[in-house]
Design a protein around this ligand. Structure first.
Ligand code: SF4
Ligand code: SF4
Length: 348
């Protein structure tokens, strides 16, 4: 039997507040009110880069926070630092992009603190990671609503619920030292036209275009070169990519261990651009806006999102962008009992 995925499709010209219909149909009020009195609900969002113009509007986040508040539980927007983030600059960015206290009416939490070090340990005994380090603030929330702007992603191929929680719940330090460690990038000499753009934009000077080599020890895995290479000549070395996906799924298993069934996943299929909102670029969408999906199952909501996008594009747009079929990760996630790839799409 498939997992239920509730869909607010744009064909019905919904308003932001209609997202609450998805929550109600999916039984979110019952889940929230079953929590101990006044316990906090974390609303996991991806803090966007100021250069990106396609990110999730603050009004939509405010609506989710307001829905939880109306059930007499405090809701907090929460994210962790990315590998290139400076804590103080990130706090300033919260205001610049409009995710401020004035708009959201609650402070934005940096789960691993402005240092990127604060964590609590979760033992997962996974295939690749024995333990993970989640941002400390996740310990203070009893439930997680993961609000994901679906886009492409240079490492996962596709940025959906699974890639969002796996890449942005562990601390900045854990990302650098464990999750992204061992990931290697390579240049396909048959595709490279020698334009040198990659070496110019690499923030750490890891690329030698004469030798067609990327120094794995210097590279901080920001993904800029993969995104900007005009001939798609830069890609992940296959065995290191498989290890990265395995580690990411170990992280999700750890998060599930903490929150168990107290998680809900919302995928926003609007302004679907080739890379996540934290990247310092903007681009036109790769597909027409579709709507918003919600489910208790992260695999099902990702699979339904992918299927709708592929149906709209009439080809696998993410595989076309990054040479990786995102369905592969969902099959592995199902094997790891993170969720189900079979789903029932219920229109609200
Ligand atoms: S950006 Fe791409 S095409 Fe240009 S030098 Fe780098 S790898 Fe080659
Ligand atoms: S991902 Fe590319 S641009 Fe980023 S640090 Fe590594 S080599 Fe440089």
């Amino acid at each position: 039997m498939g997992a239920d995925v509730y869909a607010l499709l744009l064909e019905s010209s919904p308003k932001i507040v209609d997202l609450n219909k998805v929550f109600i149909k999916a039984g979110l009020p019952e889940l929230i009110t079953s929590l101990p009195k006044k316990s906090r609900v974390g609303v996991k969002v991806l803090l966007p880069n100021t250069a990106n113009i396609n990110y999730v509007p603050p009004t939509l986040i405010r609506n989710v926070l307001g829905f939880v508040n109306s059930l007499d539980h405090p809701a907090v927007p929460i994210d962790t630092l990315d590998v290139l983030d400076d804590g103080l600059e990130t706090l300033a960015r919260v205001n610049e992009v409009g995710y401020s206290f004035q708009t959201l009416q609650t402070p934005f939490m940096i789960a691993d603190n402005i240092t990127g070090y604060n964590f609590f340990e979760v033992f997962v005994q996974g295939d690749y990671l024995p333990r993970i380090e989640l941002g400390t603030e996740f310990k203070d929330v009893q439930m997680l609503i993961c609000l994901t702007h679906v886009t492409g992603d240079p490492f996962y191929g596709y940025f959906g619920s699974i890639s969002h929680i796996s890449s942005r719940s562990v601390t900045k330090e854990f990302k650098k030292k464990k999750l992204l460690a061992n990931l290697r990038l390579e240049i396909d000499e048959r595709r490279c036209n020698g334009c040198n753009l990659c070496s110019k934009i690499c923030p750490v000077g890891a690329i030698n275009t004469d030798a067609l080599k990327i120094d794995a020890n210097t590279c901080i895995k920001c993904g800029y070169c993969i995104i900007l290479c005009p001939t798609r000549a830069i890609m992940l070395e296959e065995s290191s990519r498989k290890m990265f996906i395995g580690k990411s799924l170990d992280v999700v298993k750890g998060i599930k261990r903490v929150f168990d069934e107290r998680m809900f996943f919302v995928n926003i299929l609007m302004n679907v651009i080739p890379y996540p909102d934290n990247m310092p670029f903007s681009s036109k969408p790769i597909v027409e806006d579709i709507g918003i999906l919600g489910s208790k199952d992260p695999v099902a909501v990702d699979k339904a999102s992918l299927d709708l996008i592929i149906k709209q594009c009439k080809y696998n747009a993410f595989e076309d962008l990054y040479g990786v079929d995102p369905n592969e990760m969902l099959v592995l996630a199902e094997r790891d009992k993170i969720g189900r790839t079979k789903y029932n799409l219920v229109e609200v």
